[in-house]
Write a protein that binds this ligand. Structure first.
Ligand code: CA
Ligand code: CA
Ligand code: ZN
Length: 375
């Protein structure tokens, strides 16, 4: 990297800080995922505070298979390797800096991970790319600054930027992908008016945890846990349920409000990433002790009743899924959200009552209830 690049990298974080939103007011909601990743996790757990660089150069920058783009438009595709596959990542703001060019060369990646950049620069000139993981509603940071993906990209051509499996780039892009998917799916299902406070997703952390509007993550590639933690943030902002905290183990019973909060978060993660028609949808990383956590087929020995989070998650899943396993209810996610929004619900049975008030068929609802709670 030449002097040009180094200079940009060192000044951009300072610029970003200047435009960063004010710090969020302290809030009391806290969820420590004691069972999810850390078998023993006490209140003395501290976050990882060792220095982690936020500048992540591409593992690979190569010409895209499509060849060159038309003059005055060129493209960059951002890919992350996941389970051996390369996947484009959407919603990333991309800026390019070219020597002697003062117009803005910027664009956002689409669903294929492609940013099409309009603007003139001499074909073949090396430009310096900075993709900052910062959007007004969500940011991926090291706890201080947003991550910045960097690469050198020839002007006027189509380039692919690749982050290899398990690299730092693949971790932060994994988190970004779940946050961007949440925004996209929530916008379509319920609108985004509830999402008033930006959510900071911090990686790496020593424990998976949600608190004070911030999501702390051990791994960015654990897609199901990322979705679960993010769900706590939405639950808080939309006032879906009451605040609850304490130790929780996914196959055991405890308070109905904590089971509701944790079960809703697990359900949301499923809605985000799993197929509603799948006869046996399952998570991959959630609760290593009992993994894989199946959501349509709960093991018999899981504690019964609405004080178990796994069963709460399965209850919500059956309400919206399209696989009939002894139930035939299919309500839109938006209807479920509307029934809970602002209610600060404290148990699955309260949620059931709100759904009946919202017009959901009582008989079909009872069928789902018996199927998932066993009583
Ligand atoms: Ca089902
Ligand atoms: Ca169903
Ligand atoms: Zn949780």
């Amino acid at each position: 990297m030449g002097k040009f690049g180094i200079h940009l990298v060192s000044t951009i974080p300072a610029l970003l800080l200047a435009f960063a939103p004010p710090a969020l007011a302290a809030r009391s909601l806290e969820y420590w995922e004691q069972d999810l990743t850390h078998p023993v996790c006490t209140s003395s757990v501290t976050y990882s505070r060792e220095f982690v660089s936020t500048v992540i150069p591409a593992d690979l920058a190569r010409p895209a298979s499509g060849g060159t783009e038309a003059n005055r438009e060129f493209s960059v595709r951002i890919l992350r390797e996941d389970h051996g596959q390369l996947r484009g990542v959407a919603r990333i703001p991309v800026r390019l800096y070219a020597p002697g060019v003062f117009q803005r060369l910027q664009a956002e990646t689409d669903l294929d991970g492609i940013a099409r950049i309009k603007g003139s620069c001499y074909p073949g000139t090396r430009t310096f790319l900075v993709a900052t993981l910062w959007q007004p509603r969500f940011q991926v940071t090291n706890g201080l600054l947003p991550y910045q993906l960097t690469a050198e990209v020839p002007c006027g051509e189509a380039t692919e930027i690749v982050y290899r499996e398990n690299s730092a780039g693949a971790n932060v892009l994994g988190i970004w992908e779940i946050a961007a998917r949440s925004e996209r799916k929530l916008e379509a299902a319920v609108g985004l008016s509830f999402w008033k406070l930006p959510i900071e997703l911090i990686w790496p952390a020593k424990a998976d945890h949600y608190g004070s509007g911030k999501v702390h993550l051990v791994s960015g590639t654990h897609w199901d846990i990322v979705g679960h933690e993010l769900a706590h943030a939405f639950y808080a902002q939309a006032g879906l349920g009451v605040f609850a905290q304490g130790a929780h183990r996914i196959d055991e019973c405890y308070s109905p409000e904590l089971a509701f909060a944790e079960g809703w978060a697990t359900f949301f993660s499923a809605w985000l990433s799993l197929d509603l028609e799948d006869p046996d949808p399952m998570f991959e990383f959630l609760s290593p002790r009992v993994a894989p956590v199946r959501i349509e087929n709960i093991p018999q020995d899981v504690c019964q009743g609405e004080t178990n989070e796994w069963r709460v998650a399965a209850f919500f899943w059956d309400l919206v899924d399209r696989h009939e396993d002894g139930e035939n209810l299919e309500i839109p996610f938006g209807l479920l959200w509307k029934a809970l929004r602002g209610t600060r619900t404290a148990s699955a049975s309260q949620a059931r009552d709100s759904l009946i008030e919202g017009g959901v068929d009582r008989g079909k609802l009872d069928q789902v209830w018996k199927l998932d709670f066993g009583k």
